[in-house]
Design a protein around this ligand. Structure first.
Ligand code: WTA
Length: 644
């Protein structure tokens, strides 16, 4: 597909959109650029409820920023209470679909009752503002209730994706010093039970800070309950009152910590706070998803990832929308599962990932074609660059040529969408995330920090702070500063490469650090390497992302072994399992290559660049599937390199 191909918004979409036409976008953008205080102040006043007004809109002392400091608000109040009376009280807040086919439609009024009761349960456990709760749950409404109940009281939550192993869970609980774990017996995935409580039990063998575990009954399978520590959710809830006022919290009160992969083996606990985060996630519901009261909005992300935080729970509920939650896999029991849900619930806005789209393309058009998708009016994409072929299929086969596709670029650290089209204003170019949101000033720079001319590739950085940006890394402010704010002083280093074209459109090219993107999930090469070297047979390991047709990248591990007589075939399988146990199944290497040595610089650093070249272009040594070829690479590595 031609990169210059442009899809202008359809006139009727423009006509009805929140931001209507390019001039409206430009006016917003200019207002935010030239008068940021005035811009964000007026939105905060208009869009959110505050118990008390702030002293300053923002205070910027790089890399420290405060938004609306002194102001008092509550994320849960904004997401639930303010919609639970009046016009939206009987509106469905959460439309939930379980994998086995059970369904629940929870109204805003009902959601307020559920959240208040559960907040009282947390209070009764002795939890208060500032304490930490780990949430390790399936995609059920109670997972959102748990998050909101924490937010109601100022308890800092950290959701751990249910696909993470007990080892990964343990590391996060320990890092946070969590007092409580909220979990379930299990959840359903492809017809099988994911046994969450068992994993919690294993993790807790080594987590002295955890006093209580609250267990939701979902699959009704047998679980062990430890006296004094473990409690059934429904039993505690039955005894709790419906009345629990939302705490007025400072705008900078921590809302949640979400762990994501960085460039070392240790995951980073990204910290988001209250007022600014909520304001920008709320605004992007209007700007990017053009949300209206009659919409049925579905973001397919799991609540274990940032997309599930900002665009399944907080953004849509703050905007008073109906948000769809689906528990299971897109291909269960068949490849039309998602499209059946769209048809039945008349979904109008659908937000998903390129990986999922590519996997569904492979199954053929007959699945979506057999469903009535006429309720759709807007499509979204996130997590990785969407290749033009997938874009085209999404546009034609799912959107029937009449739904704009918003390709949204952002990160766990950015909290909300920073680059994406406003669909009633910005003409689309397949493969480009298009233009920045108001208040966002991206730049593309070279190694020395100078801007590169349009059309050239460089590092993507963001000038100026924005309301929903991460405030720090939990327990490690120095790493936060070093990682994001040192390359160019006072500007945020994204870790992505990008190019801006002559129209000012941004084309995101992928990570420039040792972070892989597998199925839109961030995974650090070092994290997988540390897991591998913990195995008794492994001497050294180097991991790189290898291009993959469906998942974008796949994990490829180069491994040297300790002395011994190893059966490579068996060991390969064992190591893959080992990584699944240490991190989670999604981190399992697709390929393990045993080698005599790894290419290193003279200072002893593994030259992943060479390995990446081998798995990407096969140019370093032609056929590289055998051990011998790597000795070629080892020889190559004695030449000077920029990684030395
Ligand atoms: C990548 C997910 C291209 C990027 C919200 C970023 C994208 C990383 C896009 C963040 C997009 C996300 N086009 N690349 N539309 N969206 N990325 O923290 O490399 O899980 O740095 O946040 O995903 O991943 P994270």
């Amino acid at each position: 597909m031609n990169e210059d191909q442009v899809y202008p918004p359809a006139p009727d979409f423009v006509h009805r959109a929140h931001v209507s036409g390019m001039d409206a976008y430009k006016a917003l953008y200019e207002h935010a650029r030239t008068q940021p205080e005035d811009f964000w102040r007026s939105l905060a006043e208009k869009e959110l409820f505050w118990f008390e007004k702030w002293d300053h809109v923002f205070e910027w002392d790089p890399p420290r920023v405060k938004w609306f400091a002194g102001g008092k608000t509550n994320v849960c109040y904004n997401c639930v209470d303010r919609h639970a009376e009046g016009a939206r009280e009987a509106k469905v807040a959460i439309q939930w679909i379980g994998e086995p086919g059970d369904e629940r439609a929870i109204t805003y009024r009902e959601l307020l009752r559920m959240v208040s009761r559960f907040a009282n349960v947390l209070k009764a456990c002795g939890l208060a503002a500032g304490d930490r709760a780990v949430i390790y749950m399936p995609m059920v409404p109670e997972a959102a209730v748990a998050m909101l109940a924490c937010a109601r009281l100022g308890i800092v939550h950290s959701v751990v994706f249910g696909g993470f192993s007990s080892e990964a869970l343990k590391a996060r609980i320990q890092d946070l010093g969590a007092a409580v774990v909220l979990t379930a017996d299990g959840g359903w995935r492809r017809g099988k039970e994911v046994r969450l409580k068992d994993a919690v039990d294993q993790a807790l063998e080594d987590c002295p800070t955890v006093r209580d575990v609250i267990v939701l009954r979902r699959t009704e399978s047998q679980v062990k309950m430890r006296d004094g520590r473990d409690h059934w959710w429904h039993e505690l809830e039955a005894a709790a009152s419906d009345d629990c006022p939302a705490e007025p919290l400072d705008a900078e009160h921590p809302l949640y910590v979400l762990y994501t992969s960085g460039t070392t083996g240790k995951p980073k606990g990204i910290l988001h706070t209250t007022g600014g985060y909520l304001l920008q996630t709320t605004m992007s519901m209007k700007w990017v998803f053009d949300i209206r009261d009659e919409d049925v909005y579905w973001c397919t992300a799991d609540i274990g990832w940032v997309t599930g935080h900002s665009y399944v729970v907080y953004g849509p509920l703050s905007a008073g929308a109906t948000t769809v939650m689906y528990e299971g896999a897109p291909d269960y029991p068949a490849f039309d599962r998602w499209w059946r849900i769209v048809e039945k619930h008349r979904v109008s806005i659908f937000y998903s990932s390129p990986t999922a789209i590519r996997a569904l393309i492979r199954q053929g058009d007959q699945w979506p074609n057999a469903c009535d998708l006429s309720s759709l009016r807007l499509l979204g994409s996130v997590g990785e660059p969407i290749n033009p072929a997938a874009w085209e299929w999404y546009y034609r086969v799912i959107g029937k040529g009449c739904c704009p596709i918003v390709d949204t670029w952002w990160q766990t650290e950015t909290g909300s969408i920073l680059i994406a089209a406003m669909p009633g204003a910005v003409p689309l170019k397949p493969g480009s995330a298009t233009l920045p949101m108001p208040g966002i000033l991206p730049e593309v720079i070279d190694f020395s920090g100078n801007p590169v001319p349009d059309g050239q590739e460089g590092f993507l950085i963001i000038d100026r702070p924005w309301p929903s940006m991460a405030r720090t890394l939990w327990g490690d402010p120095q790493r936060y500063e070093d990682q994001y704010w040192r390359r160019v002083r006072g500007k945020y280093f994204t870790g992505d490469a990008a190019r801006r074209d002559a129209d000012g459109y941004y084309w995101i090219l992928g990570r420039v650090d040792d972070v892989m993107n597998v199925s839109g999930h961030r995974l650090s090469t070092m994290e997988v390497e540390s897991a591998l070297v913990r195995h008794r047979a492994v001497a050294e390991a180097a991991v790189v992302g290898k291009p993959h047709e469906i998942t974008g990248q796949a994990v490829c591990a180069f491994v040297t072994l300790k002395e011994g007589n190893w059966d490579h075939h068996r060991l390969g399988g064992e190591l893959r399992q080992w990584v699944a146990k240490e991190i989670g199944a999604f981190a399992r290497p697709e390929e393990i290559r045993f080698t005599e040595a790894l290419p290193k610089t003279r200072s002893g650093k593994i030259m992943r660049r060479l390995l990446r070249e081998i798995v990407t272009s096969h140019t370093v040594s032609g056929d590289v599937t055998t051990l011998e070829d790597l000795s070629v690479v080892t020889r190559l590595s004695s030449q000077p390199s920029d990684e030395d």
